[in-house]
Design a protein around this ligand. Structure first.
Ligand code: SAM
Length: 327
């Protein structure tokens, strides 16, 4: 029986759901590491570098008392960063049940956990759900508006279809106040596509990561393809093994404009490091996190392969149009 339009739509919806589940199951199954396991990770310095990048973004754009929406918050690895920024309220959402459970434990203070620390100073609401499918403006009507939204290492999971990419942006736009800030870190499509074109086949990588594109992209040109649904498999040692989707930045920026966002900046992680390591307070933060040894202005503590993996990512800052209400 030939496919009708309806069948094709149905199949696309089904496979989108299956992939979203795959991503959720992958993250759900990743258990909390002990401090010793974490320090022994082959990508420990990359993890620390990424934490530094997220901390810098948070410190640059958060003001005391802010209401924060953390999309795809995972296990709550950024809770301490938000606490240091003295936020007033936090809502975290993630599709992975296991991660939200760990996040709750971390927020409530688990005696066995390595962070034996004082309680967080802000109230929080933690939810499990698909941020790229559900109407968050309805679910969070009583919590909005937010001053800042953060989506760290996760927005690319929304680019499996145009509908999901739009839902992600519509959700953030509807929940932020005018003038509110949207920060994020995601794979840098320019770098990934450049590496794919330099590769012999459809796969490339090093000792800490590999990326493999589907056969359907064997021409490596993407001219005829839609900018949505460009799928690859990403493996990052000790961290990720997942289907992911390319986010062509120009298309993303244009789409974001449709949802009332203007670009403040977008920077590859290498450029980000070079730029913010010029500021003494962030050099000191880097030293405290132990990502680049004693605050050397180079990548000396990361292995060359970790530094190359860092190059796969970029950070962005968008601002929702409009003036904040005067209070
Ligand atoms: N933002 C956290 C951080 O920086 O530590 C977690 C990053 S982790 C690499 C990616 C997260 O995205 C996972 O926790 C995963 O469950 C979440 N995620 C993926 N697709 C999602 C979706 N559709 N809705 C909500 N969360 C999603």
């Amino acid at each position: 029986r030939p496919h009708t339009q309806g069948d094709a739509q149905f199949l696309e919806d089904e496979s989108t759901k299956i992939f979203a589940r795959k991503v959720a199951d992958h993250y759900s199954a990743r258990s909390n590491q002990t401090l010793e396991e974490r320090e022994a990770s082959p990508i420990i310095h990359l993890k620390k570098l990424n934490n530094w990048i997220k901390s810098v973004l948070i410190q640059l754009y958060t003001r005391r008392g802010d209401a924060v929406l953390d999309l795809a918050c995972g296990k709550g690895g950024d809770l301490i960063k938000w606490d240091k920024a003295k936020i007033g309220y936090y809502v975290g959402i993630d599709i992975a049940e296991g991660s939200i459970k760990d996040c709750r434990t971390r927020y409530n203070g688990d005696a066995d956990h390595h962070q034996r620390r004082k309680k967080f100073s802000f109230p929080a609401r933690l939810l499990c759900g698909d941020c790229y499918e559900i109407r968050l403006d309805k679910v969070l009507a009583d919590d909005a508006p937010f001053d800042i939204c953060s989506c760290q290492f996760a927005l690319h999971y929304s680019w499996s279809t145009e509908a999901r990419a739009r839902r992600a942006l519509a959700n953030v736009s509807a929940l932020l106040r005018p003038g509110g800030i949207f920060i994020g870190t995601m794979p840098d499509a320019n770098v990934i596509i450049k590496k794919l074109r330099q590769a012999e086949g459809l796969a490339f990588g090093n000792s800490v990561y590999w990326i493999r594109f589907d056969e359907e992209f064997s021409d490596k040109k993407f001219k005829s393809s839609s900018p949505f649904g460009i799928k690859y498999t990403f493996h990052l040692e000790d961290a990720v093994d997942c289907p992911e989707w390319i986010v062509p930045f120009q298309v993303f920026q244009k789409l974001a404009e449709e949802y009332d966002f203007e670009l403040v900046f977008a920077k590859n992680s290498h450029e980000f490091v070079h730029e913010y390591m010029k500021k003494p307070e962030f050099v000191e933060l880097m030293r405290r996190l132990g990502a680049l040894g004693d605050g050397n202005q180079d990548q000396s503590t990361l292995s060359a392969d970790e530094w190359e993996a860092a190059y796969l990512y970029m950070s962005f800052v968008l601002r929702k149009r409009g003036q904040p209400d005067k209070t």
